[in-house]
Design a protein around this ligand. Structure first.
Ligand SMILES: [Zn+2]
Length: 155
């Protein structure tokens, strides 16, 4: 038999501690997602929570750490880790989101969320990053427009 602490099958409020209801924090502690949602439900949004940068931070963290997240299989499930230890560190690396068209992107799609591998990118920029097959889904005029957009220097 394995040594070590036994996992309780239910949280203190009686929610079942199945993988879909577990949030595993980077320090290995397990939290009950159902309880967390209950706590958050009636709480007014803080300034932080209304920042798109903070939302991006939370969703990326959840995709990597929360087994119940719908996107988990494509992130945490295939070894992508969320290595920022705080929102402050995350924001220092990325800066403010340049526009609502930008979303969080990893430069190397197989790499982790960490310093040096994250940026704000538009949907189009993100598509370009998923080489090579996506290029074929762009028409010639799309490509031309993108080339023009990137060369913003005088003609
Ligand atoms: Zn609970």
């Amino acid at each position: 038999m394995k040594a070590g602490p036994k996992l309780k099958p239910f949280c203190k409020r009686g929610h079942e501690m199945i993988p879909e209801n577990l949030y595993i924090a980077p320090n290995g502690r397990r939290r009950c997602v159902a309880c967390h949602k209950l706590l958050m439900k009636d709480r007014p949004k803080t300034m932080l929570q209304s920042m798109p940068e903070y939302m991006a931070y939370c969703s990326a963290k959840s995709r990597c750490n929360h087994v119940g997240n719908r996107a988990y299989p494509s992130y945490g499930g295939r070894g992508i880790r969320f290595n920022f230890v705080s929102f402050e560190e995350f924001l220092r690396e990325l800066g403010l989101r340049p526009s609502p068209k930008h979303s969080l992107d990893r430069i190397n799609n197989d790499g982790n969320y960490e310093t040096g591998n994250v940026r704000w990118a538009t949907a189009k920029e993100q598509l370009y990053n998923r080489r090579p097959y996506v290029l074929s889904s762009f028409s010639d005029s799309d490509l031309l427009a993108e080339v023009k957009r990137r060369n913003l220097c005088p003609q």
